[in-house]
Design a protein around this ligand. Structure first.
Ligand code: PMP
Length: 428
């Protein structure tokens, strides 16, 4: 038994499934998860001392690579002053100013400690502000595990085959309407059915929890227009895409202005952080200025703010996003070329620093139902082949892949050479 396998067996005795977040258990690909001991740059190292080129990046935040010296130093400096105060700090003001500078649609912002908190709070705010109960989300999109959002959800819920979870009363779930991603007609139909009841649309502007599906032209603009027509708020969930698809998130990349935005992961540089913000008029509805309650003991935590600020400063470097996008394109196009060389059909999507690949004959995958029809056995074979080769991909066909600035020529080349070998073996 490897040390990872031993640890997994031990973990299962005290932690449900041996993990603290489901996808980590490798249910989507089978086999035993790697227990990670440390990470640096583009690499993670497991408990058996094996190094992997990492395309998970802690599910997104490690956009500069693991253990970045400036972020590490910022955390070490902050620790000197104490870990948490439960009172306002200058760091929070600087963080708010930085977020607003980078994402102009956010006129005010509130920090929380996870993406789930960010979306849950944004939904409550949208409901309170519009005085409406229903919300509209898309099948296969994941927005964290709040009750109202765990309906036809993506990510781990999808990987485990439980897109809608038990434990959520029908009375709660009935207020969550679901539409088809990239199909404006399905959204229109719901607004026509409930013209005055829908508080908001929430969506991933590039879906990254049903693999990776960018919006088709006109989709985001159409949602904005429908929200305006029916008096609903548009919430763009940029927990994954924020500061990854572009410096100003997917909303900057596609030129779309939401009423509210949710952020997570990237703004914490690896610390537990999330945020929601948007139009001042709406944000003023939150306590203590407004009636909608929302709070958090560790919100705006000084260590997390320091890590996040250090990362955001680095992200403003000239040309960073062009370079990140070029690396991403190289990997995605490289996977496709290698697969095709060995007669294996593979479709790819990529935007900014995120990518997805699909074992399908389809030229382009744009819808959730197409993702679920992909060849799951081929994905598993490729996944384990790459893992053996020392490349760590997301352990589910329903997750996006992430590049970091620490992925250099050597790592990209080695990854593509590994992919070539794995596809060659699969083709036999
Ligand atoms: N929204 C999106 C788009 C996400 O990808 C995630 C997590 N992957 C969340 C919300 C929830 O964030 P967290 O896991 O930090 O609660």
């Amino acid at each position: 038994m490897t040390r990872s396998e031993t640890l997994f067996e031990q973990a299962k005795k005290t932690i449900p499934g041996g993990v603290n977040s489901p996808v980590r258990a490798f249910n989507g690909v089978g086999g035993s998860p790697r227990f990670i001991e440390k990470a640096d740059g583009a690499y993670i190292y497991d408990a058996d001392g094996k190094a992997y080129i990492d395309y998970v990046g802690s599910w997104g935040p490690m956009i500069l690579g693991h253990n970045h010296p400036k972020i590490r130093q910022a955390v070490l400096d902050a620790v000197e002053n104490g870990l948490s105060f439960g009172a306002p700090t200058e760091l929070e003001v600087r963080m708010a100013e930085k977020v607003i500078e980078m994402v102009p649609s956010m006129e005010q912002v509130r920090m929380v400690s996870s993406g789930t908190e960010a979306t849950m709070s944004a939904i409550r705010l949208a409901r309170g502000f519009t005085n409406r109960d229903k919300i509209l989300k898309f099948e296969g999109c994941y927005h964290g595990h709040a009750d109202c959002l765990l309906v036809k959800a993506g990510s781990g819920a999808l990987t485990l085959g439980q897109p809608s979870s038990p434990g959520i009363p029908e009375d709660f779930a009935k207020h969550t309407l679901t539409a088809v991603y990239n199909e404006l007609e399905s959204v229109k139909a719901l607004f026509e059915q409930y013209p005055e009841e829908i508080a908001c649309i929430i969506l991933e502007p590039v879906a990254g929890n049903m693999n990776c599906i960018p919006p088709i032209p006109g989709f985001l603009e159409g949602l904005r227009a429908l929200c305006d027509q029916y008096g609903a708020l548009l919430i763009i969930d940029e927990v994954m895409t924020g500061f990854r698809v572009s410096k100003s998130g997917a909303q900057g990349h596609y030129g779309i202005t939401p009423d509210l935005t949710t952020l997570g992961k990237v703004i914490g540089g690896g610390m537990p952080v999330g945020a929601f913000g948007g139009r001042k008029e709406v944000m003023q509805f939150i306590a203590p200025t407004g009636p909608v309650y929302q709070a958090g003991t560790l919100s705006g935590n000084p260590i997390a703010m320091s890590a996040g600020l250090a990362q955001m400063e680095e992200l403003c470097a000239e040309g960073l996003y062009e370079e990140l996008a070029a690396k991403t394109k190289r990997i995605a196009e490289g996977f496709k070329a290698a697969a095709n060389k060995h007669g294996i059909p593979l479709s790819i999507n990529y935007v900014g620093g995120m990518f997805g690949f699909f074992f399908t004959e389809l030229e382009k995958v744009t819808r959730f139902d197409q993702v679920t029809q992909c060849d799951a056995d081929a994905f598993r074979a490729f996944y384990h082949g790459m893992l053996d080769e020392g490349v760590y991909l997301a352990p589910s066909a329903y997750e996006a892949g992430f590049l970091s600035m620490a992925h250099g020529e050597k790592e990209l080349e080695e990854t593509l050479t590994a992919a070539d070998r794995v596809f060659a073996r699969m083709a036999k």
